[in-house]
Write a protein of this length. Structure first.
Lengths: 401, 297
């Protein structure tokens, strides 16, 4: 059952804190709960929390606080243990929907009307107001309830404040429960397995590395095992970096192909072709293009004459598509007759003998572009010079005309 | 449509992926403000995305056997939570493909602003891809984000669903009851008054649910509204403190709500006159209220 909690508006919460925070702790405890202020509830609600449930919550929280030193000055002894246990207690005693637990006024009510003495003891009476009103990341109890909500059954007593803040105050990590839990679990596993000497820095570095990936990797597309692997890679890279070693996160690629989902269908494509092309059979079209060997020979001819060949240059002389051109080049590279140089629009192919000579110029985009513009002119000029007269290139050019 | 930020790999150019609007269960395009949303209502939305996977492979210099998937996720600004639907796999389909993706946004985990994000991601780069092609599984190739406001500014009457079998005061089979103290009008409306609706009465619950498509819903709502308004009007006019100075109550209080209700229904009639009418001719007063609220109109 999800509970609905009374809400205390911010102005009234400020008034209560200002009224009570300087009161000696024993006296403040005696004043709790302070049920004088008028409260509100969610407009649409299910079961409202009863006063008996809230009284039991207060009794349990006080018992835990006393175990950790309340009312002694200096706040809780063994802070991580106290807050980890308190997080579990709050989450168990206040089974709210996230929507309800995301209301500032709910936490203002719980803190200021029922647990103000515990909050003052934990953060001292001169703490910023955010510790007492229901601030997102600062309220004494809201932040703990949400740690349990996001990190689930992980033993929060084993995590330090800084480690938890690394997750809980980073919206990208906080919003993704799988990712948040995997990060916390990975840290704890490594601490247990390897005895990490500087776990706080490891956590900081690892979360930074994982966060850097989020603009480029859709975590929602990864299954549980893949996500765990990505988190582990982040920690590996962070560990290496902290040890002064090269630290690049591994790039994981898919191992097995996935079948198309039933929600995906192919869209039939209508092609516009000329009447003469439409009448050609596949065999006839292949004949018109020439054999694969002729295409390959044409590509090699261009490379021999001009020192290089590109997909565009090949298509200048033979009526093939870009993908067919790539197929020709792939085959020639596999045969060892051409070598690829450059990237993207600068991609071109050279004869293996020319490999060394061309390597220096291969990565500069400007010379690439200029070379491309001149290329077809050179090809035509080379063919016009008529040597040799019966090359595959010449035959194809003649057929094209 | 917007593309992903500058990436260390090739992205497909605009135009190879086209997205249709998100639609709600009734097939309507999702509006910028989801009027009937409440935390007890789950929202199911879906959309269609079309992509030319061959051209994307080519533009990203992926292998001819490169594969993709479509993912959809939501993020709520109120709870700061996010979740996603199962990815839709494109497999080894070629040419233009059409994919549909659906998202269920649980009301209990949402609120404030809802961001609906759709992404086309890389599954496998395939063989013989370029060194600057995307490689990592899950690499984002295209993203679209739509924002929807969930919680409008319109006020709702405080309502609680509760099983009447657990309330000894009321009969188990009663449909609704207004819980308030007509003597304490200083309390805030959201704290001192609520309409209890019998959660055990399924038809009634469906009729009163936000955005209900049940044809009985308008009739049921008008009866509940009249009953509540009548109770409030009678309570106000029988409260001496209210009648003495009806304008003295703070904004948000029950007293202010009563004053506004009377002013809305009888804009030109003084409160003192309404008190006399209740004593002399209560049937007329109720009929006037009925006329103003347009019951069964």
């Amino acid at each position: 059952v999800s509970l609905v909690i009374p809400r205390l508006d911010r102005a009234k919460a400020h008034e209560l804190v200002d009224e009570h925070r300087q009161t000696p702790l024993a006296e403040l405890s005696a004043r709790m709960p302070d049920l004088r202020p008028a409260v509100t509830y969610a407009e649409l609600s299910a079961e409202r929390v009863s006063r008996a449930q809230l009284a039991e919550l207060r009794r349990s929280v006080l018992e835990l606080a006393r175990e950790h030193g309340m009312p002694d000055d200096g706040g809780p002894r063994d802070l991580s243990n106290y807050e980890g246990r308190l997080a579990a207690l709050l989450h168990r005693a206040l089974p709210m929907d996230p929507h309800e637990a995301a209301q500032e006024e709910v936490w203002s009510y719980l803190t200021c009307c029922w647990l103000l003495d515990v909050a003052v003891w934990r953060f001292r009476r001169d703490a910023p107001m955010e510790r007492f009103i229901g601030h997102l990341n600062r309220n004494a109890f809201r932040r703990l309830w949400w740690r349990r909500e996001i990190l689930g059954d992980l033993d929060l007593t084993l995590l330090g404040e800084d480690e938890l803040v690394n997750i809980m105050e980073r919206p990208t990590l906080f919003s993704n429960r799988r990712l948040a839990r995997d990060i916390a679990r990975e840290l704890l596993d490594r601490v247990q397995r390897d005895g990490v000497p500087d776990r706080m820095r490891l956590m900081r570095e690892a979360t930074k590395r994982i966060l850097r990936l989020t603009p480029f990797v859709a975590m929602s597309s990864l299954d549980d095992a893949q996500l765990r692997l990505l988190v582990s890679d982040g920690f590996d890279a962070a560990s290496a970096g902290l040890a002064g070693q090269p630290s690049v996160m591994a790039t994981r690629v898919a191992r097995a192909a996935r079948e198309a989902s039933p929600e995906v269908v192919g869209i039939p494509t209508l092609s516009v072709v000329t009447a003469s092309e439409a009448s050609l059979s596949t065999t006839e079209r292949a004949d018109r293009l020439g054999s694969f060997d002729e295409l390959a020979e044409a590509a090699l001819d261009i490379a021999r004459r001009t020192g290089r060949v590109t997909n565009g240059a090949l298509r200048e002389v033979v009526p093939i598509t870009s993908e067919e051109g790539r197929e020709v080049f792939r085959e020639l590279m596999e045969r060892g007759q051409l070598v690829r140089r450059g990237v993207k629009r600068g991609t071109h192919y050279v004869l293996p003998d020319a490999q060394i000579a061309s390597s220096d110029a291969a990565v500069s985009p400007e010379p690439e572009r200029a070379a491309r513009e001149e290329e077809s002119t050179q090809i035509v000029a080379a063919v016009a010079r008529g040597r040799p007269s019966d090359t595959a290139l010449r035959r194809l050019l003649q057929r094209r005309r | 449509m917007k593309s992903a930020p500058a990436t260390p790999y090739l992205l497909p150019p605009d135009g190879l992926i086209s997205d249709h609007p998100w639609t709600t269960e009734d097939g309507r395009e999702i509006p910028e403000l989801l009027e009937h949303w409440d935390p007890h209502t789950d929202t199911l939305v879906s959309r269609i995305v079309e992509a030319d996977v061959d051209k994307i492979r080519s533009a990203c210099q992926l292998g001819g056997d490169g594969t993709f998937a479509l993912t959809a996720s939501w993020y709520s600004s109120r709870t700061r939570l996010a979740d996603h639907a199962a990815p839709v796999e494109f497999g080894h389909l070629r040419g233009r493909v059409r994919a549909s993706v659906s998202l269920l946004v649980p009301g209990s985990a949402a609120g404030g602003r809802l961001d609906l994000r759709t992404s086309l991601v890389l599954r496998s780069a395939g063989d013989r891809m370029s060194p600057i092609a995307p490689r990592r599984e899950g690499a984002t190739l295209w993203t679209d984000e739509v924002r929807v406001a969930l919680e409008g500014g319109s006020a709702r009457f405080p309502t609680t669903a509760v099983d009447f079998r657990e309330l000894p005061r009321f009969p188990d089979s009663a449909s609704w009851a207004l819980e308030w103290d007509s003597e304490d009008l200083e309390l805030p409306v959201l704290g001192g008054m609520r309409l209890l609706v019998n959660a055990n009465h399924e038809d009634l619950m469906e009729s009163l649910r936000s955005g209900s498509q049940d044809p009985r819903s308008p009739v049921v709502r008008s009866f509940v509204t009249l009953d509540v308004a009548r109770t409030l009007v009678h309570g106000a006019l029988n409260n001496e403190r209210f009648v003495e100075d009806p304008e003295s109550f703070e904004a948000g209080s029950i007293g202010r709500l009563l004053f506004e209700l009377l002013t809305m229904c009888w804009p030109t009639v003084p409160v003192a006159t309404l008190v006399r009418r209740l004593q002399d001719d209560p049937t007329r007063l109720d009929a006037e209220l009925q006329a103003h609220l347009g019951v069964l109109a």
